[in-house]
Design a protein around this ligand. Structure first.
Ligand code: FES
Length: 90
């Protein structure tokens, strides 16, 4: 799909700051990530390989996955560690 078609699938919230780095660690623009997804990078791993987004400390993985989910890629639950519940205090 084209980048415009991918952008059309995103909710308004995710269309903000397209020309700002989504991945601050590697200075990868949000638009670069969206272009990669539009061109077929449908998993977090593929986006990582093609753009280097989330290849730093991994702190932007959730944002990258949110874009993949919104555009219609594959959701890989194993790629993002789940938060462990806090012990319940009594
Ligand atoms: S902001 Fe992308 S890996 Fe840290």
């Amino acid at each position: 799909m084209t980048t415009d078609e991918a952008l059309a699938k995103l909710p308004e919230l995710l269309k903000r700051d397209l020309t700002q780095p989504l991945c601050v660690c590697n200075q990868v623009l949000k638009l670069t990530v969206i272009e990669a997804i539009a061109q077929g990078a449908d998993t977090l791993q593929k986006v990582q390989q093609q753009t280097f987004a989330s290849d730093g400390t991994g702190c932007c993985k959730r944002q990258v996955q949110a874009l993949i989910d919104a555009i219609g890629g594959v959701h890989d639950d194993t790629a993002i560690p789940q938060a462990t519940p806090l012990a319940q205090a009594h």
